[in-house]
Each structure stands twice: as C-alpha cells, then as structure tokens.
Write a protein that binds this ligand. Structure first.
Ligand SMILES: Cc1ncc(C[n+]2csc(CCOP(=O)(O)OP(=O)(O)O)c2C)c(N)n1
Ligand SMILES: [Mg+2]
Length: 405
C-alpha cells in the first residue's frame, strides 16, 4: 500500500525489486492523478457555483478555490472515527473524505431544504456549511467510530474552535478511562484526531488562542490547520497577525524536548503537493499516537475568485499580488510537478481536467433540476387552480369562481 509520503515513495522505488517497484509506482501514480482530478473537480465547482450566484440562481456563495491541494493532503490522513470542525473553505476536504458529493454541494448552494438531498444543513445555514448526521431516522446514534464525522459549521468565524477541545478531550478520556471502554460506537480506544480548520485572519480571535492554550495544556489529539491566504476579506495579514505569521506568533506554545505541555508546529506551502502530503503524514501520526496537539500553518494559499460572491478582490488586492496568486495557484503548481516527475504527460492531465469539468457540470444540472422540479409542479398546480377558479382566496373567504370581479 502506498502511503501519502510522496517524496519518500519516490526515493523508495529506487531500492525495491523491479516488479514490486512497477506495482508500487502504478498505485502511487494513480493516487496522484486521482488527487489531481479531484482538485480540478472542486475548482470547477467553485467557478460554476460563482456563476450560478451571479446569474441569480442562488443567493450567496463562498467557496474553497485556492485551498484544494492542502485539503487533499489533509484528507489523506482523516480516518473513520475522526472529527472535523472547520469553516466554509473546506469543500475539497469534504469531497476527498467522501463526506459530501458534488451534487450535495450544489444542493446546498441552492438552499435545498430536503435533508435527503442536502444532508449537511437542510438549507438551514449558508452554503459550504457542512455537518454530519449523527442520529438515524429512529432516533438512535449513528456509529461515529465507523464513520467520518464533521460537526456543523457556523458562520461566526472562529466559532468552530472551542468545540475541538471537547472533541479531542473525548478521545483522551476514551483512551484513559477503562469505564468508557464499552462505548465502542463512539471511539476506538481514543485513536481519533479532531481536525480543525481556520483562516489566517480568524486566528486573531480570542477563541483561537483559548483553544490552542487549552489543547497545549491538556495534551489532546487536536490538529488545527490554518489556511493562510494572506487576507481576511480585504485586510492583509500584516495588519491582522503579529509578525504577519501565526506560526511565529505561537512560538511560545511550541513543545520542546522535555516539556510536559505544548503543541507541535508545522509549516507548509499551499502549492506544494508533495511537501504537504509529507507534513500531514508526520504531524497526524504524532497527534494520533502520542495525543499531542498540532498546528499546521499552510502558507501562500491563494483565492482565485476572491472572498465570496459579494465582492471582487481585484478592487483591493495589488496587481502584483493578483499576478503572484495566478503563478502560485496550487493546481498549476501540481500540474508542473506531475510533468517534472514524469508521472503523466500533458494530454493525460488535459483529459482529467475535461472529465472534472464535465462532472461538475453534471452535478450542478442535476441539483438544479431536483430543486426546481417540485417548485415547477406547484407553479403548474397554482396556474391550474386559478384557471379553473377553484382557489380559495384567504382575504375574501370565497372561492375565485364565486367572486364577481
Ligand atoms: C465573528 C465574525 N466576525 C466577522 C465575520 C465576517 N467575516 C466573514 S469571513 C471573514 C474573514 C475571514 O478571513 P480568514 O479567517 O482569513 O478566512 P478566509 O476567508 O480568508 O479563508 C469575516 C471578517 C464573521 N463571519 N464572524
Ligand atoms: Mg484568509
């Protein structure tokens, strides 16, 4: 089985037997190309969804474009029993872990209220606000140890943080308290990790610091990723975070040799697929096995379509920054890396991009058809009622065919 440790894998191929090497390489190549296609699928979903909002078919949209590669690397370490508490940028992670589908993403965008079509929030929250169902239709707990779980996103940024302490502390208690051993559907001996995500600007909130401090003291399996795209809407990071870097700001929290408390701090670049895969593998292994909290500071992320459908980042980002963002786009960088490492040729990558685009379009069309079908049926019924004058008008208390004018 190929692990996500991509740099190591490339090195290991050199020491193995020819046959094993060929099988391993093929598996590895397939995984990388699947990730590449998924990144493009998610990007196409963001682009299409923005168009849907701007053309009036949905009210508002906030998406995960620019954060695809890092989320795929994080998702590789997310296992059954784990929990996420994150925010509206995480669509790629949700797709990569199988916790949502492209069609559900569009159903959420359109505000679909039927939970079978929009299980994440049933139209009760904004788009890209995810959530797992925890109770089955009979009111029983769904087995959390066998499922991948996400707590419900909320719109106040930073609000997802404190609950991570509870989720991660639960795993510590399940591991340490024998009297909790029988609760098999909630934990597998406390081997779960609570994955958190937060934007660079939102780390300025008190909730973030309280969460990091509590986890550092309690030594619980909590892994927080900061998606650092250098902005909180129009506010650049140097006006928001001391030293313009949350990993520098948290240096005093860092666990040193011999320290009882503290967190591990990792830094990675949002466009470096291989480096991110390696970073998450190492960090999550320590977090899961040793119950030490981890901070992943993912820097140099981009935001190709801007903060949300309510604005245009071209109006506040300098020209140089916009150009830099194009160059550092994770999808473009991954494309270059695949060609450089000769994992695939240009034609293969182009084919995957086309397939991704077609899948996004099909999902969008189907979700729109599903939300519109009952609305159109109701409209037809209403027209029919008016036409046959059988409608009771509430303000008249009479049927339309009893009205004189
Ligand atoms: C408590 C709170 N304050 C303000 C807002 C409005 N708001 C929504 S997103 C956002 C910026 C967040 O920036 P960042 O944390 O860097 O995340 P990004 O969107 O860049 O990924 C703000 C200020 C909010 N939703 N909640
Ligand atoms: Mg930001």
């Amino acid at each position: 089985m190929i692990t996500s440790n991509t740099k190591e894998n490339i090195r290991n191929f050199q020491d193995d037997t020819e046959e094993k090497k060929a099988i391993q390489f093929e598996d590895f190549r397939r995984e990388v190309l699947n990730d590449y296609k998924l990144a493009h699928l998610s990007r196409q979903m963001s682009l299409l969804a923005r168009r849907e909002v701007l053309s009036g078919k949905a009210k508002f949209g906030i998406f995960g474009d620019g954060k695809e590669i890092a989320q795929i690397a994080m998702a590789r370490q997310f296992k059954e029993g784990d929990w996420r508490s994150g925010y509206y940028r995480d669509q790629t992670f949700m797709l990569a872990t199988g916790m949502t589908t492209p069609k559900q993403f569009f159903a959420m965008l359109y505000g679909e209220t039927r939970t079978e079509l929009n299980p994440d929030n049933g139209g009760r929250s904004m788009n890209n606000h995810f959530g797992s169902r925890l109770i089955d239709p009979d009111g029983n707990w769904i087995n959390q140890a066998e499922n991948k779980n996400t707590s419900s996103d909320i719109s106040p940024t930073g609000g997802q943080m404190p609950r991570l302490v509870g989720l991660a502390l639960a795993s510590k208690l399940y591991r340490e308290q024998p009297e909790l051993n029988h609760l098999k559907s909630f934990s597998k001996n406390g081997n779960e990790v609570a994955f958190g995500t937060i934007g660079d600007a939102s780390t300025s909130e008190g909730l973030f610091f309280e969460t990091m401090n509590a986890a550092a003291v309690l030594q619980i399996p909590m892994a927080v990723s900061v998606w650092d795209d250098g902005y909180g809407i129009s506010v650049p990071v140097d006006l928001q975070t001391v030293k313009a870097s949350i990993s520098k700001a948290l240096k005093g929290f860092e666990k040193q040799k011999g320290d009882a408390g503290g967190i591990l701090i990792f830094e990675g670049f949002g466009w470096d697929y291989a480096g991110l895969c390696q970073m998450y593998e190492e960090g999550i292994r320590k977090c899961r096995e040793e119950h030490v909290p981890v901070l992943f500071h993912v820097k140099e992320l981009t935001q190709p379509t801007g903060h949300s459908t309510s604005g245009s980042h071209e109006r506040y980002k300098p020209k140089e920054r916009l150009e830099w963002e194009k160059e550092k786009d994770g999808l473009l960088q991954m494309h270059k890396w695949i060609l450089e490492t000769k994992l695939a040729d240009e034609a293969t990558l182009n084919r995957l991009e086309t397939e991704a685009q077609e899948e996004a379009q099909a999902a969008q069309k189907e979700a729109f058809r599903e939300i519109m079908t009952p609305i159109r049926e109701e409209k037809t019924q209403l027209i029919e009622m008016i036409r046959t004058k059988k409608m009771r008008l509430p303000f008249m208390g009479r049927r339309t065919d009893q009205c004189h004018n």
